[in-house]
Ligand binder design. Structure first.
Ligand code: ZN
Length: 409
């Protein structure tokens, strides 16, 4: 009990600091702190509530309550964490969901990209932006599908006819860019100054050997910006991925507004789009896999499966509710539909050590401008359920779990 009392006092002090930090955030002009993120999300929500569309209204209601009240906990290490009552889950809009998605992609792909870059001296990484002429209003979905298809057919999976004199077998075609070993791509579709959809794809290309920009541009048929990523340490690659993902996952309002201040573009901010424009974007993005991986980078789960012990495989299969006999199978021999479900489990298997949380309080963050924190001092939040402590596995079914003070990441 003395221990609990001590924790509780520490926690009270820590939370006070945290909440003061939150309050201080409201004066920041940059849309970085917690308060600013909530403000941006909530102003968009208010705008959407004025629309006719029930779909957009529904999303707006989720955005309004996103991360506004939380159970606050302390880990044994003294770190304050938040278990939010409600989160919007709108990864393509919410600044917090966007950050979560970026962190996920960084954690998943940076180690693989690094390994690739360091494996051989001929291995290099390139950052590329593939653009096409803008698409007019009403054809966003068509444009999105087209650019992804073109990228496959013209570059990533392009096939060419082998000239007669070079044929060594009966094979008449070959991969056009065999030096591209893998890629991580993400699509963006902001509204341009001329009120057209500026659909483009950011990509990190994994290349082995000779790489001719001109050939790629020629094959693509439009503009491609390419630069080599010379720094392949963890931090630089993490930053590049953030760059690749940033515009599409950050609140569009933030980006467009700050860009406009720099007079870089007069494109309307997300919050200035009409209902029709918003709805078209919303419908096109719904269910669309914005971030995709190809080639060598694609098979992370395969690598992990192949390196796993029989015991580990059986555990995964059990979790997925699949037959234990499959533990002896090669990854690609598992039926495709099952592979998809199993992939999540295999990749999510090492999401960090369980953390013991001591939950002691509640935080209500009203419009991010005022706040109240209700600490249950000397008491344990979970004692009412006759449990003194609880163990959370980050990323496992606790979607509303956030680490650290929400204003400072
Ligand atoms: Zn949200």
């Amino acid at each position: 009990m003395a221990e609990l009392e001590k924790n509780s006092i520490e926690f009270t002090d820590k939370v006070k600091d945290d909440v003061h930090a939150l309050a201080a955030d409201t004066t920041e002009v940059e849309l970085e702190g917690y308060a600013a993120r909530r403000h941006a999300e909530q102003s968009l929500a208010h705008k959407w509530l004025s629309f006719e569309s029930e779909e957009l209204k529904e999303a707006a209601r989720k955005m309004l309550h996103c991360r506004s009240s939380s159970t606050i906990c302390m880990t044994e290490a003294g770190e304050v964490r938040y278990i939010w009552d409600e989160v919007c889950g709108l990864g393509k809009i919410c600044p917090d969901e966007g950050r979560k998605e970026t962190q996920r992609v960084v954690k998943k792909y940076v180690p693989e990209l690094r390994k690739f870059a360091q494996r051989r001296p001929t291995h290099r990484l390139f950052y590329a932006v593939f653009t096409q002429p803008n698409f007019s209003l009403g054809s966003l979905k068509v444009g999105m599908d087209k650019i992804m298809l073109d990228l496959n057919e013209r570059v990533l999976k392009a096939v060419e006819v082998i000239p007669e004199e070079e044929r060594t077998s009966r094979k008449a075609t070959r991969i056009r860019f065999p030096q591209i070993k893998g890629a991580l791509t993400t699509l963006e579709a902001p509204l341009s100054e001329g009120l057209k959809w500026n659909v483009h794809v950011n990509a990190i290309l994994m290349v082995d050997g000779r790489f001719d920009y001109k050939e790629i541009c020629e094959a693509w048929g439009h503009n491609v910006e390419i630069r080599e990523l010379k720094e392949t340490d963890e931090q630089s690659l993490g930053q590049t991925i953030q760059e690749v993902l940033k515009y599409s996952v950050q609140l569009v309002t933030t980006k467009s507004a700050s860009k406009r201040e720099r007079h870089a573009t007069n494109a309307p901010a997300f919050s200035e789009w009409t209902e029709q424009q918003t709805l078209e974007w919303w419908k096109a993005m719904k269910g669309f896999r914005r971030t995709r991986s190809y080639g060598e980078i694609y098979a992370l789960e395969k690598v992990k499966w192949n390196n796993a012990t029989q015991f580990q495989r059986e555990k995964w299969l059990k979790t997925a509710g699949m037959p234990q006999e499959w533990a002896t199978m090669e990854w690609l021999d598992i039926p495709k539909d099952n592979r998809k479900a199993l992939k999540e489990i295999v990749l999510g298997a090492d999401k960090g050590d369980p953390v013991t949380l001591i939950a002691i309080g509640r935080a209500i963050l009203n419009d991010a401008l005022t706040y109240s924190v209700d600490l249950i001092k000397g008491n344990n939040f979970f004692s009412s359920t006759s449990r003194k402590q609880t163990t959370y596995q980050p990323g496992y079914g606790h979607e509303r779990f956030d680490t650290g003070p929400p204003g400072y990441h």
